[in-house]
Design a protein around this ligand. Structure first.
Ligand code: FE2
Length: 390
């Protein structure tokens, strides 16, 4: 029994220590901090997580009087007693996170009205779509087993609103694209496939919620690929934190010149399917200012595009009905039982992806299309058509 307790303390301490680093890394990526600092911090996090179990084993495990050689917590030095107590406490939010995922968040994460999945790489091999799906950039993640980075999930999701007229007319169809991350992996033809599927969704409006480019040389290609969508429906966009690292005003003006309308810090009213709809945008906390409050705007539907889901309290206070976000990529890796672990948000993985009803506000967080590190596991790239009943 004592052996079991000692091993449990040892394991929970390692889990709690990892959880502490994960919490800090997730929050640090929610703020406008230079990517060089974030990279160094992530390296420190990797090192600390690998070293801690060995250090614990050395100082409080297999040594004389250690936890695994018949000693107890009281036998350890004050420093290690305090360290172990702190890390044991930090294991509590880890367990609560698993419970939250199992009871609620995984249903919000996966909730769709309909779903279609495409293995774009396999389609290209069969000659059913054009060829440059992988792109020329090689990254170690590509060889990861069951990496889903070259797949695409096309989802339709329903959003009810409180408007009593809503049930008597067809829903508004807003296609939500996010986090393209043009970086030459996937290749240009993967994105052309995404655009083809977007066109097939027969949208009333198309929105993009930021992180366009991670390789500025691909801007012209990205704009050439996205331009056809402006012929299909009104297109609105904002930029994200990855664009912020480069000459983002040039990205903005180039995409805007192709017919996409930037709504950051402002709003745009438009008539769509017999309804007055307002689109506004926020690139906070990285770029610009918040859009104005729209509580008394006198429209049928108020939609906020915000790269980060962390702005949802602003959206609630400012009278928006729907907020569309990206940034978190669904965590990119969704572990069995545990769910996603990493998401750059002050709320951790709470809003990693999915549809959330937060009082009067509906928040949709897209898993996005691309990623700087091309690894997705049980977390496919996502193109979503939102059917909004308003
Ligand atoms: Fe992103």
């Amino acid at each position: 029994m004592q052996q079991l307790t000692s091993w449990s303390i040892f394991l929970l301490s390692c889990i709690g220590h990892t959880e502490l680093w994960v919490m800090v890394v997730n929050r640090s990526h929610a703020f406008p901090i230079k990517c060089t600092h974030l990279r160094k911090f992530r390296a420190l996090h990797d090192l600390a997580i690998v070293i801690f179990p060995w250090l614990l084993l050395w100082k409080c495990g297999l040594n004389s009087g250690g936890l695994l050689t018949g000693g107890s917590l009281a036998d350890q030095t004050t420093f290690w007693r305090i360290t172990i107590m702190i890390t044991l406490l930090a294991a509590i939010p880890w367990f609560l996170g698993i419970l939250r995922w199992q009871w609620r968040r995984r249903f919000e994460f996966h909730k769709v009205a309909s779903r279609e999945v495409f293995d774009v790489l396999a389609l290209a091999r069969l000659g059913k779509t054009s060829g440059d799906i992988r792109g020329s950039r090689w990254h170690p993640s590509i060889v990861w087993p069951w990496n889903e980075v070259f797949t695409l999930e096309v989802n339709v999701k329903s959003i009810p609103t409180s408007n009593p007229l809503a049930t008597s007319r067809r829903p508004l169809r807003v296609v939500h694209l996010s986090d393209m991350h043009f970086i030459d992996c996937p290749g240009a033809d993967y994105y052309r496939f995404v655009v083809k599927k977007t066109v097939e969704l027969d949208a009333d409006a198309i929105v993009f919620t930021g992180d366009l480019i991670d390789k500025p040389e691909l801007l012209e290609t990205a704009v050439e690929i996205l331009r056809p969508l402006t012929k299909v429906a009104p297109c609105f966009f904002i930029l994200g934190n990855h664009d912020w690292r480069y000459d983002y005003e040039y990205f903005r003006s180039t995409l805007a010149a192709s017919g996409w309308k930037c709504v950051t810090g402002s709003h745009e009213r438009i008539q769509l399917a017999d309804r007055n709809v307002l689109f506004a945008g926020s690139e906070l906390p990285w770029i610009g200012v918040a859009p104005p409050s729209v509580e008394h705007a006198g429209v049928d539907l108020r939609i906020l595009l915000s790269h980060s889901p962390d702005q949802f309290r602003f959206a609630q206070k400012s009278g928006y009905d729907v907020m569309l976000s990206g940034h978190t990529h669904g965590g990119q890796v969704v572990l069995p039982v545990i769910g996603p672990v990493y998401a750059p948000s002050i709320y951790g993985v709470s809003f990693a992806a999915g549809l959330f009803h937060l009082n009067k506000l509906t928040l949709h967080v897209s898993r996005g299309i691309g990623a700087k590190d091309p690894l997705r596991w049980r977390c496919r790239p996502e193109l979503t058509c939102l059917e909004i009943f308003c």
